[in-house]
Write a protein that binds this ligand. Structure first.
Ligand code: AMP
Ligand code: ZN
Length: 468
């Protein structure tokens, strides 16, 4: 598989550290509120990466943290007059609900920063011992200039960075040796959660959390580190500095970053008011549609969220689901016996589509191309399935469609019942059966509809239906 590696700025061939295994660390959300649809993009994209690796037979160790100590959490807790933990636990639970609705698998481990404080203190101690860190008045800073590779991920030049940071010194933050030094441990302030440490009561810096949690749950060297592109600098650059200085080993071999989700072509932000939580969007759309929408673009491209684009994803997803339920029907009612020659050659064409789908996914997780191949499959299904289709062919086609959808985390089985169009087709089929005096079939259809929660009412104007 080829992965565009932010570190090398090119598509690199993926080779795992340990054969057949892959360790993936994805920076997770800060839990002070419901997650927004921008946060959902890395969740969906990297969950799809995980599913693809699993499809290829890899054992995946997928780790994604919750940042549960942070200024925003503390601010909200103080406003509500509760402990920070009340806020973070509440929104971790809500986030997990949203992830489930988006069909994002639970991580192998979802570590929480506040439960890993001892290991964070240990890493800071190591860094101090190696002179990569120093303490001033209860704050521990990372000595950036000592880490000669600083800037290797973001391709930033240290002198430019330093010039840009000069005003910090002027504004009084001059206890640091260098404007580029960043915080590993900060002292407690009134009303803030804190933990005892050799430097006094305090709490860890944000960057430190990920270095420590990825080391603990994956190892010193991780295969793939991922997150949104806003995290490249300073967050990921600082993670590299901390981990490589502490562990004397390369931190992550491949760095993947998703592009940003925008709204109506503008940057999504709370202040502009163009900001939606996953929960709000879930009231308007099935979140499967949102998942499908997110995967319809390449993960590194910016993606614009607009009602029209989501609507078009909804239509696309409906087309796939309609083909799936047609196949399900034929799997029950189709012809017995061996496939026809035409069906055999269509199955060969499907196998070719699977190969092309894999090639798209192998090319830096090109889900946009993978989806267009699914549509080619739908077209082949729609043009090849008719009244005399064999059960065997319908089953093979269904399995192929299910496989390709499943890798993207798209569920094709209609759990919530039938689509309107399918209901109307079945009602028509029932009317035709009655006209032909095939009452057994007519009853069968009525029973099927009842089972799916559809109530029929025979009126003088024709058949009316409603959902139970
Ligand atoms: P945060 O809680 O802000 O640290 O964000 C959690 C994850 O969501 C990070 O990987 C961010 O890069 C990502 N993220 C935040 N906003 C967006 C957005 N608008 N589009 C895509 N990813 C985003
Ligand atoms: Zn991180």
């Amino acid at each position: 598989m080829k992965i565009f590696n932010t570190l090398t700025k090119k598509k690199d061939d993926f080779t795992p550290i340990n054969e057949g295994k892959v360790g993936i660390y994805v920076c997770g959300p800060t839990v002070y509120d419901y997650i927004h649809i921008g946060n959902a993009r890395p969740m969906i994209v990297f969950d799809t990466l995980r599913r693809y690796f699993e499809y290829k037979g890899y054992e995946v160790n997928y780790v994604s943290n919750f940042t549960d100590v942070d200024d925003k959490i503390i601010k909200k807790a103080n406003a509500e007059g509760v402990d920070s933990k009340v806020i973070s636990e509440r929104f971790i639970e809500e986030c997990k609900k949203d992830m489930a609705s988006l069909n994002v698998k639970e991580a192998t481990t979802h570590p929480k920063a506040t439960e890993e404080i001892d290991d964070m203190i240990a890493m800071v101690q190591t860094l101090i011992k190696k002179e990569y860190a120093y303490e001033v008045n209860g704050t521990v800073y990372f000595r950036t200039r000592k880490f000669s590779d600083y800037g290797k991920l973001s391709k930033k030049n240290l002198d430019d960075l330093r010039a840009g940071n000069r005003e910090l010194k002027v504004s009084g933050q001059d206890e640091k040796e260098d404007a580029l030094d960043f915080v590993l441990w900060k002292p407690k302030k009134e009303g803030e959660p804190s933990w005892p440490s050799p430097w006094g009561d305090g709490r860890p810096g944000w960057h430190l959390e990920c270095s420590v949690m990825s080391k603990k749950y994956i190892g010193d060297v991780i295969d793939i580190h991922a997150g949104g592109e806003d995290l490249v600098f300073p967050h990921h650059e600082n993670e590299i500095a901390q981990s490589e200085a502490a562990n004397d080993a390369e931190f992550a071999r491949y760095w993947m970053h998703n592009g940003f989700l925008k709204i109506d072509n503008e940057k999504m932000s709370k202040s502009l008011g163009n900001f939606f939580t996953v929960r709000e969007i879930g009231e308007k759309y099935d979140l499967q549609v949102i998942r499908f929408f997110m995967l319809s673009a390449h993960y590194r491209s910016p993606l614009n969220f607009s009602a029209e684009l989501v609507e078009s994803s909804k239509n696309g997803l409906d087309r796939i689901k309609t083909a799936a339920s047609r196949l399900e029907e034929v799997m029950g009612s189709g012809a017995e016996g061996a496939m026809t020659d035409a069906e055999v050659s269509n199955v060969a064409a499907m196998d070719e589509l699977v190969k092309r789908y894999e090639a798209a996914m192998e090319d830096d997780l090109n889900t946009a191309d993978a989806i267009s191949i699914i549509f080619e499959l739908v077209k082949l299904i729609n043009t090849s399935v008719g009244d005399d289709t064999t059960k065997e062919y319908a089953t093979k086609a269904y399995k192929t469609l299910e496989l390709l959808s499943d890798i993207l985390g798209i569920i094709i089985k209609e759990e919530k019942g039938l689509l309107d169009e399918e209901i109307e087709n079945l009602i028509q089929e029932r009317q035709d059966a009655r006209k032909a005096k095939n009452f057994a079939r007519a009853d069968e259809i009525r029973n099927l509809l009842t089972e799916k929660g559809i109530i029929l009412e025979d009126t003088r104007e024709g058949v009316r239906w409603k959902r139970a």
